[in-house]
Ligand binder design. Sequence first.
Ligand code: SAM
Length: 286
Amino acid sequence: MNNNYLLSHRKEEPENGILYMVGTPIGNLNDMSQRALNILKNVSLVACEDTRQTKKIMNKFNISNQLISFNKHNSSIKTPKIVKDLKEGKSIAIVSDAGMPGICDPGEEIARSVKSEGIDIICIPGACAAITALVSSGLPSSSFVFEGFLPKKQIDRDKILLEISKNEKTTIIYESPKRLKKLLKELFELCGGEREIVVARELTKKFEEHVGNNINNVMEFFRDKDIIGEITIIVKGIQKRNLNPNKFIIKKDLNDLINAGLSLSAASKYLSKRNGLKKSEIYKMI
Ligand code: SAM
């Protein structure tokens, strides 16, 4: 443990003039952290996506504090006031309906505005559907791409779907239950039925479900079902491309032919014909 770590824990929270981005549960209220509760209780005010949602958390944990609504419809009006309050020394918490604010939820833009004014932001980490689904998928998780919701416009959507089909990294997608079957069909067409995926439904909730392990199986599983609940999809990347093995075989063949007495030119000519390559391409390989 280094000294910086210890120092950071000596601070009393919340501090004046700080914007706190507070993670809240994605279904299971027991995932609320002590630190997040302390912030919600003691900041000057809590700006929430939907005050009714945040009230549920406040009531469950017997917290009362001033709540104001802050969402995509009013953020341009509310942001200057929040920045002013922070500059005057208030501490403010941003909370979305579920999970981490700023991840496909209000928070991203206010974080930019606040930072550009030189005000500090502290994130109080909490559940995030993307990471929860990734970690439980069993698919490679140390390097991944988070796409969030795919665009609705087909031309933009197709572009991203094509990228996903060629990506070597695991991809995380948010999708509404209404559109899951369409997305599975699109993935099937571009990636093939054998591509590994996991559909995580209702994470952390009573009817949590993980459906895998490839596109064929998942399509079959949902074929005759009405899909409800919240959905996160994890798609495995394609196998890392190996260096073209032909290159090594051709090099070995070339050596063998030269060792057997052929000139470089004759051996290259022979191999270029056999492999359907130009002689110059054979030369490049060596
Ligand atoms: N900020 C949130 C986070 O940190 O995960 C994401 C908010 S985004 C508006 C909502 C989407 O997240 C849902 O449509 C779904 O794709 C995914 N999601 C949220 N809760 C989930 C859950 N319990 N299980 C599976 N996916 C979930």
